[in-house]
Design a protein around this ligand. Structure first.
Ligand SMILES: Nc1ncnc2c1ncn2[C@@H]1O[C@H](COP(=O)(O)OP(=O)(O)O)[C@@H](O)[C@H]1O
Ligand SMILES: O=C(CO)[C@@H](O)[C@H](O)COP(=O)(O)O
Length: 489
């Protein structure tokens, strides 16, 4: 032991739409370990496609909650191998808005887990809703209109909670469950976001919702950082007691559960920092400066930036800032992101990203005046569906040659991002940097189009897993006095 001095470290997790990624970060914030589990490929028994189940109505989209429980116990082997005496901190950043419904009595099970049994076996009867609604769900339009009406309109709701009512936002999802399945709702003792749910697994008790991820619910007053009584009342009865009180994103929520200590060798000194959503965690991980804009090209395409003065509008979202509670973050989410690119790739160049890149290289910036906008699923920003192609002569056309189609898709996606960001008040400045993350940020030709459309340089981090890294940074940031507790021998 004496030959191996202690190394402070933090584990950061990203429960994203299609996979779970994990990184380990040392005290100098260097990533020294990365790993991932793909839901479709590695957890075949749940039968997901792209990590989710799309229901028959085409609008309801869920993920099995037990799949998330199962994956939370995949601790990276190299970190476990050295022995029992390491005292890490843990941060985690899942996709936003998804909700988990704990059945009455689940708390008792969570606090008395046996280290000899698998976690998902012990928790299998603990959920009143087994298929958790996720961010891709767009089935709650009726509930959205009801919520807006209850607070005096869409702009009033936006002023209060940072966003007008959006289908994927959790308050509307809870309202749908209450209206369609009141029995399951009444048997629910606690409702978590995916972030606070995952934190609860590591804590062995219910973890609070953090301000930043809590801003994606249409329930939190983003200025006062308390639940809005009028919004709670409009969604479902007894909701406040089922949600618990929200906490600052950097709060240490407790020590790791004895389950992880006894089964996996975590030190009892390991602290859990409040888990937040993937985009707030990326904001922390990318260390954005004024004028910078982050573009996450994951399953969704999401733009976000650090903001001092919030100006909630009818489009886009204002969230509490995960790093500095006095500030905010602005966010725009586009549902037709990577999966739309994959579809056009498969139709045009037989599933090959390198042929896709070649098509971008072989066509000119501006695409000879050909424009395309592609929304195979109902888009969030703006609400629109279908493929819309316009020729050089501005005529609507039904098809483009293959390479033109690919450039039209990518230019159209990034033009929409710039237009919607500018409508929110964002301006490209001479010092602007675009920080790209997510799976498609591996593709330099896609990033070149991003740079051309914004007229600004694009940077990628040395890991595309900024949400993971951000959650690990946040674990350090959340408890500076505890940094030195982390040790691997
Ligand atoms: N070389 C590439 N070019 C373009 N897109 C890519 C490339 N490699 C991966 N992707 C895209 O990255 C997406 C996954 O991104 P990721 O950030 O891992 O998603 P999430 O975090 O939402 O699960 C895939 O759907 C895929 O389309
Ligand atoms: O809904 C949003 C943001 O509001 C999405 O950005 C989700 O958080 C999904 O993230 P990815 O899996 O696409 O990274």
């Amino acid at each position: 032991m004496a030959e191996h001095p202690a190394r402070p470290c933090c584990l950061g997790w990203d429960f994203s739409t299609q996979q779970v990624k994990v990184v380990a970060v040392d005290a100098e914030l260097n990533v020294f370990y990365e790993d991932s589990v793909n839901f479709d490929r590695d957890l075949l028994e749940y039968g997901t496609q792209g990590g989710v189940h799309v229901h028959e109505d085409g609008l309801t989209v869920t993920s099995p909650v037990l799949m998330w429980v199962q994956v939370s116990t995949r601790i990276p082997d190299p970190l476990l191998r050295p022995g029992p005496h390491w005292e890490m901190e843990v941060g985690l950043a899942p996709r936003q808005h998804g909700s988990v419904y704990w059945k009455t009595g689940a708390s008792g099970v969570l606090t008395s887990l046996s280290p000899d049994l698998l976690l998902h076996k012990q928790l299998q009867a603990c959920f009143s809703i087994r298929d958790s609604p996720v961010w891709m769900d767009s089935s709650t339009t009726a509930q959205c209109r009801q919520l807006e009406a209850a607070v005096g309109g869409a702009q009033a709701l936006s002023g209060l909670t940072g966003s007008r009512a959006y289908e994927r936002f959790t308050g509307n999802q809870i309202a749908k469950i209450y209206q369609q399945n009141p029995e399951a709702y009444s048997h629910t003792e606690r409702i978590s976001l995916v972030s606070s749910f995952a934190a609860s697994l590591f804590l062995g008790s219910y973890s609070p919702i953090d301000y930043s991820d809590g801003s994606g619910m249409n329930l939190l007053q983003i200025q006062d950082k308390v639940w809005s009584q009028v919004c709670l009342g409009a969604c479902a009865p007894h909701l406040e007691e089922k949600l618990g009180s929200p906490v600052p994103s950097c709060s240490v929520v407790g020590a790791i559960s004895s389950y992880y200590v006894q089964r996996y060798g975590f030190s009892p000194g390991c602290k859990v920092v409040a888990f937040t959503g993937d985009n707030p965690a990326s904001l922390a991980g990318m260390r954005l400066e004024e004028g910078d804009i982050a573009v996450s090209l994951g399953t969704s395409d999401t733009l976000f930036l650090w903001l001092r003065e919030p100006m909630p509008a009818l489009e886009g979202h204002i969230f509490c800032n995960p790093v500095d509670a006095r500030h905010y973050m602005a966010l725009l989410c586009f549902k037709n992101g990577s999966l739309m690119r994959e579809k056009i790739r498969d139709e045009s160049v037989c599933c090959s990203w390198s042929d896709f890149s070649e098509a971008l290289q072989s066509t000119e910036m501006g695409n000879g005046g050909n424009l395309g906008f592609y929304f195979d699923v109902m888009e969030i920003t703006p609400e629109i569906i279908g493929r819309h192609r316009f020729s050089t002569e501005n005529h609507q056309v039904s098809a483009f040659p293959r390479a033109v189609e690919i450039r039209a898709l990518i230019e159209g996606q990034f033009m929409a991002k710039r237009i919607h960001a500018e409508a929110l008040g964002y301006r490209v400045m001479p010092k602007t940097k675009i920080l790209a993350t997510g799976g498609a940020s591996h593709n330099r030709d896609i990033l070149q189009v991003l740079a051309d459309v914004f007229g600004a340089p694009v940077y990628v981090t040395d890991t595309a897993n900024s949400a993971c890294v951000g959650s690990a940074y946040r674990a350090f940031h959340g408890s500076p006095a505890l940094i030195c507790l982390g040790s691997i021998y």
